[in-house]
Design a protein around this ligand. Structure first.
Ligand code: FE
Ligand code: FE
Length: 175
């Protein structure tokens, strides 16, 4: 149980949760990039890895601006999402099906981040912490854009995967 006597304390707690989550993601994204076959997906994961470094920096800046030490707090949800990402990495099957599984795992991460940043931004706005709200908003926009980029890549990947579904079972090959 955590004692959070004020909305300010809850905001700090939410930012620490995000800080932990983004740092975990930094370790997972290179593995997802490596596992991806579609070049756009691979590049997308690498691009988001670079963005995630900025997300970590913004959260550190937000904590500093709130007068807090820069440290994280275990985010159980991100640990679970990354475990599901690891399951997607381990999928055996045609490349496009594997990519589709990676996209599914990645979009779950983006949606979780969007929820976390949206919540924290609302708290910062309510507390009139406008510079913190701006930092959170900047990342929220990038998470949303990443999610949309993944949706766009999924149209191509899903169509590629469908080619295999339409083959007679005996002629299907998988990795
Ligand atoms: Fe992020
Ligand atoms: Fe993200």
């Amino acid at each position: 149980m955590s004692l959070l006597p004020t909305l300010r304390a809850l905001l700090i707690d939410e930012i620490r949760d995000l800080y932990f989550a983004e740092n975990k993601l930094l370790k997972a994204l290179p593995k997802m990039a490596k596992a991806a076959t579609n070049p756009k997906l691979k590049e997308g994961f690498r691009h988001h890895l670079a963005q995630t470094l900025t997300h970590v920096d913004r959260l550190a800046e937000a904590l500093t601006s709130l007068g807090c030490p820069v440290k994280g707090k275990t985010c159980h949800a991100m640990l679970g999402l990354i475990e599901e990402g690891a399951e997607a990495i381990d999928v055996e099957g045609p490349a496009a099906v594997r990519d589709a599984a990676l996209i599914g795992a990645a979009q779950r991460v983006e949606h979780y981040e969007m929820a976390g940043y949206g919540t924290a931004r609302a708290f910062a706005q309510a507390l009139k912490e406008s510079s913190v709200a701006r930092l959170l908003q900047a990342t929220l926009i990038e998470e949303g854009a990443t999610n949309q980029a993944l949706t766009k890549i999924s149209f191509v990947v899903n169509a590629d995967a469908l080619v295999v579904d339409e083959l007679p079972p005996a002629t299907r090959k998988s990795r």
